[in-house]
Design a protein around this ligand. Structure first.
Ligand SMILES: [Zn+2]
Length: 165
C-alpha cells in the first residue's frame, strides 16, 4: 500500500457528472481512467473511482501521497462560496473524510482544497468552491467530541488501572 497522508477535495464543472462520464473524459485525455478516488453526487451518494492503492491524477505535485474526492458541482467554474453544496453532500463528505482520516491516520490539517495547493493556485483553481476551513473545523469538533478529555487524569492513561471484577 502506498503511504497516504493527505486528502484533496475538488468539484466538477459539470452538474451531471458521474463516475462513468468522468472516467470517459479522463481517458480521452490519455489518462489511466478517472483521476479521483471518490465522487460525491448531488444526492449525497458516494461513488468509488480509482482504487485507493493507486496514485490519482487530480492535484499536480500532490498525487503520490493523497486521496482525491470530487463533489459534483452545479455549473461551470463556480466561485468560492457559491453554495453549490447541499446538506446531503456536506454530510456525505464529512462522513467519508472522517472515515478516511481514521483509516489512514491523516491529520485534519492535511485535508485540503485543490486551490489551497501550489498547483491549484498556479492554475487559478476555485476548486472545491467552498472554504475547506469549514470541513477542518467540523472534523476537529466532531473528533474531539468523540474523545473527551478526562480532566485530572494522565493524558497517556497510565494512571488508570484495569478494574478487576
Ligand atoms: Zn480540483
Amino acid at each position: 500500500m502506498r503511504p497516504i497522508d493527505m486528502i484533496v477535495i475538488h468539484q466538477t464543472d459539470t452538474p451531471t457528472a458521474t463516475v462513468e462520464s468522468i472516467d470517459r473524459y479522463h481517458r480521452s485525455l490519455g489518462w489511466a481512467g478517472i483521476a479521483y478516488h471518490y465522487v460525491i453526487y448531488r444526492d449525497g451518494s458516494v461513488h468509488k473511482g480509482r482504487l485507493n492503492s493507486e496514485v490519482g491524477a487530480h492535484c499536480k505535485g500532490d498525487n503520490a501521497p493523497s486521496i482525491g474526492i470530487c463533489c459534483v458541482g452545479k455549473g461551470t467554474a463556480l466561485p468560492v462560496g457559491a453554495g453549490y453544496m447541499n446538506q446531503a453532500m456536506w454530510d456525505a463528505l464529512l462522513r467519508l473524510v472522517d472515515q478516511l482520516i481514521s483509516a489512514y491516520h491523516i491529520p485534519v490539517s492535511r485535508v485540503v482544497g485543490h486551490r489551497e495547493r501550489l498547483s491549484g493556485r498556479e492554475q487559478g483553481k476555485t476548486c472545491p468552491g467552498f472554504d475547506v476551513d469549514t470541513i477542518r473545523y467540523r472534523l476537529n469538533e466532531e473528533r474531539a467530541a468523540r474523545c473527551p478529555v478526562v480532566h485530572g487524569s494522565d493524558p497517556r492513561g497510565i494512571d488508570v488501572e484495569p478494574r478487576v471484577t
